[in-house]
Design a protein around this ligand. Sequence first.
Ligand SMILES: C[S@@+](CC[C@H](N)C(=O)[O-])C[C@H]1O[C@@H](n2cnc3c(N)ncnc32)[C@H](O)[C@@H]1O
Length: 234
Amino acid sequence: MKSIWEMDAPIGLAFFFGPALIIGIMMLISGFNTVSAIMVLVLVLCGLNYMHTSIIGKYRIMKSIVNSIHLKKDSKILDAGCGHGAFMLQFNRQAANISEIIGIDIWSNKDQGSNSIAATQKIMENSNLADKVKLKTANILNMPFNDNEFDLIVSSLVLHNIKPFEKRKAALVNIARVQKQKGQLVIMDIGYETGKYVRILKDLEYQNVNIANTGYNGWWGTPMVPTFVITATK
Ligand SMILES: C[S@@+](CC[C@H](N)C(=O)[O-])C[C@H]1O[C@@H](n2cnc3c(N)ncnc32)[C@H](O)[C@@H]1O
């Protein structure tokens, strides 16, 4: 199990556990009251849900996505914003069909705790993908790849970190540039703005663009911060 320091945006936990702690301390000082007790309970449950999504839920979502993907022989895969390699690791059982799997990241510790190329390298070395993985320090907005390089591109929980929205659009344009014709794309991301990626991908001439809400496993503390998965083919 991941430690708190390795979680996605670990500061997110402070939004729930911080106020719960403050209200709890105030109750200790001024005496128990039902409204405050309910607030503490709700905030703690939200914090636990956030932890569930980061430690268990997002892996369940990725696993079910990967199980639905048919990889052709010698597939070249890009994980754009790979972090600790959570998505890449789901391809462990399909290693025989993979020629190369490349993870790029800027290794931000704000977006993912204990984030570094060395830490991810170590994780990947213990997988079936060890001899196929290459990690690079690179920004999605400026990827060091040729046009039409990748059969499959995945990117999970990354785009919402790129601000403002115009830059996210540029990120999708960059992703489309390095994607092979007939290649598959999977974008997993947080929040309702994710719906706007559908139009952008259609404008970039992706086909079969679908979006799905991933439900409880993708809630970041509350159902108001859901995770969506977009799949498309070029
Ligand atoms: C919440 S983490 C998710 C990591 C991984 N994809 C996962 O699902 O476990 C977001 C990741 O996106 C990376 N990131 C943010 N902006 C990026 C950018 N412009 N280019 C590449 N990576 C970026 C961060 O460094 C971080 O590793």
